[in-house]
Design a protein around this ligand. Sequence first.
Ligand code: XMP
Length: 492
Amino acid sequence: DGFAAERLFSQGYSYTYDDVIFLPHYIDFPTDSVRLSTRLSRNIPLSIPCVSSPMDTVTESHMASAMASLGAIGILHSNLPAADQAALVISAKSRRVPLLSSPVFLSPSDRISSADDFDSKPYVLVTESGAADSKLLGYVSRSDWESLPEKEVKVFDYMVNSSDYVPWNSDLGRIDSYLEEKKRDLAVLVKDDEVVDYLTKDDVERIKGYPKLGLGTVGEDGKWMVGAAIGTREQDKERLQHLVRAGINVVVIDSSQGNSIYQIDLIKHIKLNYPRLDVVGGNVVTISQAQNLIQAGVDGLRVGMGSGSICTTQEVCAVGRGQATAVYKVASIASQYGVPVIADGGISNSGHIVKALTLGASTVMMGSFLAGSTEAPGAYEYQNSCRVKIYRGMGSLEAMTKGSDARYLGDKAKLKIAQGVVGKVADKGSVLKFIPYAMQAVKQGFQDLGASSLESAHDLLRSKTLRLEVRTGAAQVEGGVHGLVSYEKKSF
Ligand code: XMP
């Protein structure tokens, strides 16, 4: 019944996730026993198969630490100076909580004269010099300040004296007990005499309310694992030096067409100079592209060209591939060399994640799925009474003006051509909440297929036990909600 993937994907069509559907198999285990543990690249184990895209509206420190806390990983974008990208790495790795409060610091001799001095934060922290790397002396709470009759105050006169702190690598449980024992609302995190961040009791309660996923992604250094993107220009070698010093665990070479002499030379350079650093190459969509990068020594392959929600590459350049076909083809060769595949772009629901993983990917990389979350960079704005955040392609003119043109131009082209757009996505809340739900949905999909893990899904694929079919246009309409005048779209 149905077709094996090998036959379906060898008929000359470029299929995307929505074009194909899997036939259900046999269930002999409960949903909760499905294991989603996997690898991003040869040496980076993850407990869930999710990766955040190196895009400047998706992954900065907050997203990277939240993804790591979920057992996933974030790849920091490179659309900023090398030193600033390295600072994002350090920031993401300098705490073991999935939060970034970005404290405001003042010294005792500073004055607070308006609410702006709190920068929308509930506390300002007071240190000797008013900088993060000086002795912690105490804090001023915004609610205390608001209740003062005289608003122009000297910090020294109103601060709560307290040099109490918890170590930077305290987990949520430890911080919770600290707040409980000390009867406090605030836990300041300190690392090597430098104040890293703080957490309030409300933060802890909120995070405790989210579903638990299990182990976070922690490296040998005891810190969150974090990846970072670089381009293929000569100056990217210097950028990489900064990033390695900052402690990255994996580097992703960010190219829309990765099968190039520039990338192959860079992979060889990295493998020679940083033998302990995993390198993800890409992007590729064909077997021969993948073979070239595997031969050059990559530890992981990123697959996708023009499948992203903000991409216009296929329209502008007439190259690319349907994402289901691309993932299947590249994974079929990469698996022979033990190189994990990242299915990058085009994920807009949990069914797409099931399809990508079952067709051979080890992880999915997501942009739009994560943009609009609390942890994505940028402030919320309102559009037609909807809370939205900006999400833009790294090949959009706006992003390229800031520097990301390396990914799309490769060399020194003088005329910039956009290969992406700028848009807005709705507020989705915290990734700490919706990723666990998405993973539960993926487990249910795996259960329907009779796959209790990613390895067993890949075994079903290769043994041709996995059967699939192409959906006609009408079948796709039938597979979605239809025939209703209106309905409320809520997944959890
Ligand atoms: P999703 O569908 O998750 O896709 O939003 C994210 C992926 O899209 C790629 N990307 C681009 N591709 N033009 C492109 O052709 C662009 O401007 C662009 N920006 C990002 C990238 O692979 C990302 O992970």
